[in-house]
Design a protein around this ligand. Sequence first.
Ligand SMILES: [Zn+2]
Ligand SMILES: [Zn+2]
Length: 391
Amino acid sequence: MIDKALQSIVDELYGEMVKTGRAIFDHPETGLMEYESSKRLSGILKREGFDVQVGLGSLPTAFKATKKGGDEAPHIAFLAEYDALPEVGHGCGHNLVGTGAVFAAVALTRLLPEFKGRVSVIGTPAEEDKGGKIILLEEGFFDDVDIALMAHPSSINQIGRGGRAITSLTIKYEGKQAHSANPSRGINALSAVIQTFNGIDANFQRFPRDVNTNGIILEGGTADNIIPGYASCRFSVRGATKADVETAVSGIRDIVASVEVLTGAEARIGEELIYAERYPNMEMEERYGAYLSDLGETVTKADPEGRFGSSDIGNISLAMPAMHPYFSVTDSAEPPLAHTVEYGEMCNSDRAYEGLKKNVIALASLGRDLLADDQFRASVLNEFKGIRRKI
Ligand SMILES: [Zn+2]
Ligand SMILES: [Zn+2]
């Protein structure tokens, strides 16, 4: 059941919540440039008495804000995203993700002035393309966290959706320029790129099932009477799991090595971070969905095998119980697609902030259960242990 006191706390916060979400929307900042958004969100937590550190490790726009209760454990963290996309601004609605995380933590700590454990908000920049959460995880900023919570705006309320693993590679070939009348004097870097595409196509059988790649040529020469001395290409590699993507990437490395032998061009491979597959903690997502239902929402459950899309919360879900359900911000039967201007407008509408309010109540209620209900917390941790055993 929804706590009446919590509901009135969120009512009180609602005006500031809308103002914050709109301010972030109106000043979209792309990955690792989110200085204003990070300052705005962490500033609210500072005012609420959280210990705030802005700038974590190599990420100046990350932050960690913590309020300590009567003990060190359990430590629950709400994850705030606030990066925008180039050209379409907040076309993924992260103005609502960050605002939701911050106000859920504020509401929870106002509801429970005394509690056992720690409540944090971790500001995780650059979800869209640079994997801020993966970097924070690798640099140790999640080491003391037990459970991670976040929710993302959508056109429906949905729990239980997983995600696929993904990475990208850029391959640069250095050959030798020559006059096209004298091709044997040169080393054709474009041929190396073309053979890379052919090599990946021809060797696809060795990749794990469900892996898919897509490639583009970035540079392939400048004039048809010059043998290209330099060429480059880029591939995305998606798979069911991080391990599958690692296997495919290793296969691509072998293909590139063989292309070097065949063409004489020298390759440099730039490998990006791997966004891992996502394991939604169903104990938490079911409870979150039940709170949304209490608030009058219709909640759907995704096919557990139907993984779609990728996010850096996946890597967190391999390290601790984590959740990433979706809350509805529209009543439209034909909602726009994510990563568009229209999707952004949907995430800044009056209706969107009504959805955000319900999300904040559901997140804060779940946070209260995790802090106060030892049995529930044990079942959340137990589910995670089961997932770890399977991986
Ligand atoms: Zn996105
Ligand atoms: Zn997003």
